[in-house]
Design a protein around this ligand. Structure first.
Ligand SMILES: *[C@@H]1O[C@H](CO)[C@@H](O)[C@H](O)[C@H]1NC(C)=O
Ligand SMILES: *[C@@H]1O[C@H](CO)[C@@H](O)[C@H](O)[C@H]1NC(C)=O
Ligand SMILES: *[C@@H]1O[C@H](CO)[C@@H](O)[C@H](O)[C@H]1NC(C)=O
Length: 502
């Protein structure tokens, strides 16, 4: 080996040492203007389900009427009681040095019937108080208008997200929120995770409102959600943006789908999975129209099944234009990665969105897991997903609006959550510095444990434990809270003395 080569290798080692520590974590500091935050949602923390004029939501109704669907038969009736304890939550956010608190407004706390006929002033006051508390503590609210909690009357009287009238009803509600809170909020999210709203709520039916219409209702729902988002975005753009120059986006959640091999077929299965999982929401907004592979495959299978038209509703030229471009940033929720292989076309028969995708999903046995089978801890998956977004939708500002670790035991010594944060945040640094992804904020789920939908109070994601058996609902610090506080303070995921500069 020549001296020159040795020098090159030595230089290479120096370079790699400067960006990764011994265990492979990125040692760079987050950019100076990078923001950290924590997220929550009204139906999971507020409780006070019927207090001070709040109306019933589809999740209240679901938990009350189908208790067997919730693993521990619990309800969101009281949850973390954040309706009364919001100041305590804000104090924790402040204590951890976070810049952003992501929360959601409960439609039925503002409009108990769902319609604009009655505005509940006590509900409005609750959010006004919450925003005031955040402002006094120098914390920026990131506010979701719809986090799955449809007012029950809208489900009962008109079919919820299956009826296109919902587009105008959501737009009316959004306009009202922009009017009420335009002085308090500059960062808005229209709808959280349309995949869960539609595929779980109106497809498989495992989520509220429990409508089983796989491969049909879910697609109708997706179209209505996209139009509702777009309408709210355009209302903000026309009538509210002038005043405080805020930003609006829809939150899309996606797994990363790693191909099982380098074969073209497996790579195609991975790409197809990303388009069905993420592109079906992202493509209409960031590029225009449904992704081609989704359009082609649903049409092909629909025809073989005997439908006279595709189960995927068409977007007219006018609708395509209306939805396209309705984003000020890209908001991503991401928890996990799964493997995907090409496989034979699933049998033609019962229509379903999974059959429209027709891939084989699997998990590497060596992967560390969270509270469920699909919850694989795969930090590099986040970096790959961020790169996929950048390549697919252009160099957009990206905010991670949810990422965090769920365990089933709720231990206070949550070293696995710490490892998750370290890995995933290191992966964010790789994306920022190695790949030039314009990632500007990381908002974790979550600061406190909450009511996890079908998981009830049996799946834990908080850096603070909540004792749901104690009427006071005390918040109890976990080890990860101190770790995350250190990350935010040092802006770096390794020991402070190993951090390398910006
Ligand atoms: C959709 O909503 C409208 C207005 O509420 C209602 O008249 C219509 O019957 C609904 N359609 C269905 C299919 O429920
Ligand atoms: C997926 O494909 C890879 C590569 O061909 C193979 O090793 C693996 O066993 C496959 N997985 C499943 C679950 O069939
Ligand atoms: C990233 O996005 C922000 C917000 O849009 C913008 O101000 C900034 O210039 C972008 N950074 C880069 C490197 O493009």
């Amino acid at each position: 080996m020549s001296i020159v080569n040795m020098w090159i290798i030595a230089l290479f080692c120096l370079f790699t040492l400067s960006v990764a520590d011994d265990s492979g974590f990125n040692t760079r500091r987050f950019p100076a203007n990078f923001k950290f935050g924590a997220a929550n949602a009204a139906p999971q923390i507020e409780g006070a389900w019927n207090l001070d004029g709040k109306g019933e939501t589809i999740w209240d109704h679901f938990a009350h009427n189908y208790p067997e669907r919730i693993v521990d038969r619990t309800t969101p009736d009281i949850a973390c009681d954040s309706y009364h304890k919001y100041k305590e939550d804000v104090a924790l956010v402040k204590q951890m040095g976070l810049d952003i608190y992501r929360l959601s407004i409960a439609w039925s706390r503002i409009l108990p019937t769902g319609y604009t006929d009655q505005v509940n002033s006590l509900g409005v006051q609750y959010y006004k108080n919450l925003f005031k508390e955040l402002k006094e503590n120098g914390i920026e609210p990131l506010v979701t208008l719809y986090h799955w909690d449809l007012p029950q009357p809208l489900q009962e009287s008109m079919g919820g997200w299956l009826n296109e009238t919902i587009v105008d009803l959501f737009a009316d509600y959004a306009r009202l929120c922009f009017e009420l809170f335009n002085d308090d909020v500059t960062s808005w999210i229209t709808i959280n995770e349309p995949k869960q709203v539609c595929l779980a709520g109106y497809g498989s039916g495992i989520f509220a409102p429990g409508i089983q219409s796989d491969g049909v209702g879910d697609y109708i729902c997706i179209k209505n959600v996209l139009l509702a988002h777009a309408k709210a975005y355009r209302i903000y753009d026309q009538d509210f943006r002038m005043k405080n120059k805020g930003k609006v986006a829809m939150v899309i959640d996606s797994t990363f789908w790693e191909p099982g091999s380098d074969s073209e077929a497996d790579k195609e299965a991975s790409e197809r999975s990303l388009q069905f999982d993420l592109g079906i929401y992202g493509h209409p907004i960031y590029i225009g129209d449904w992704p081609e592979v989704v359009k082609t495959r649903v049409a092909m299978r629909s025809e073989l099944e005997g439908f006279t038209q595709s189960r995927l509703p068409e977007l007219t030229a006018e609708e395509i234009e209306f939805i396209k471009g309705t984003h000020d940033y890209l908001a991503l929720n991401h928890y996990s990665t799964q493997m995907v292989n090409a496989t034979q076309e699933w049998p033609i028969g019962n229509p379903s969105s999974a059959a429209d995708r027709s891939v084989l999903v699997w998990n590497r046995p060596e992967w560390v897991k969270g509270s469920s089978d699909w919850f694989n801890v795969v930090p590099w998956g986040l970096r790959k997903l961020l790169n996929w977004l950048k390549n697919e939708y252009g160099d957009e500002e990206i905010i991670i609006t949810e990422n965090g670790y769920a365990d089933a035991d709720g231990t206070l010594e949550d070293d696995r959550r710490i490892a998750y944060y370290q890995g995933y945040l290191s992966s964010c640094l790789d994306a920022i510095y190695e790949d030039n992804v314009n990632l500007t904020a990381y908002v974790t789920w979550s600061i406190i444990d909450d009511w996890e939908w079908l998981g009830g109070f049996s799946s834990f994601l908080g850096m603070y434990r909540v004792d749901f058996n104690d009427p006071e609902r005390p918040r109890i610090k976990r080890k990860s809270a101190d770790y995350f506080t250190q990350i935010v303070k040092n802006r770096c995921v390794v020991d402070e003395n190993q951090c390398t500069d910006y």
